[in-house]
Design a protein. Structure first.
Ligand SMILES: [Zn+2]
Length: 123
């Protein structure tokens, strides 16, 4: 498959789109993470970023939150590539909230005692 460029399309930094850039170092993804973790700063590798976000979130459902944020960034990127939908933080945030609400409805309420309270902070 011939692709015109392998650079990140989510920013103007003109850098190769690798996992760590797309999900943590890109200006776009940093904006998304800071919505959830105001003190987020991109670390050296994925493991350090996951640990940092886990610590910042301080909730037992941090894996779900991190997965949904990464999923929303991925979907926003793919919507631009496949459907020419201009990426925006607001669109990504809306995708995140929609997915979050679906996860909440599927979750076992006992396991996620504070989940509903946490979600209400982001509505
Ligand atoms: Zn980027």
């Amino acid at each position: 498959m011939d692709v015109p460029s392998y650079n990140c399309i989510m920013c103007d930094e003109n850098v190769l789109e690798k996992r760590d850039h797309l999900f943590f170092h890109c200006k776009f993804s940093k904006t998304c993470w800071r919505y959830l973790c105001p003190n987020f700063s991109a670390k050296q590798n994925v493991h350090a970023n996951v640990s940092h976000i886990k610590e910042e979130l301080s909730v037992p459902f941090h894996v779900e939150i991190m997965t949904l944020c990464a999923w929303s960034i991925w979907k926003t990127r793919n919507d631009y590539i496949s459907n020419n939908v201009i990426p925006s933080f607001y669109r990504c945030r809306r995708l995140f909230k929609e997915e979050l609400n679906m996860v909440f409805h599927r979750s076992k309420r006992k396991k996620y005692v504070n989940f509903e309270t946490w979600i209400s902070l982001f509505r």
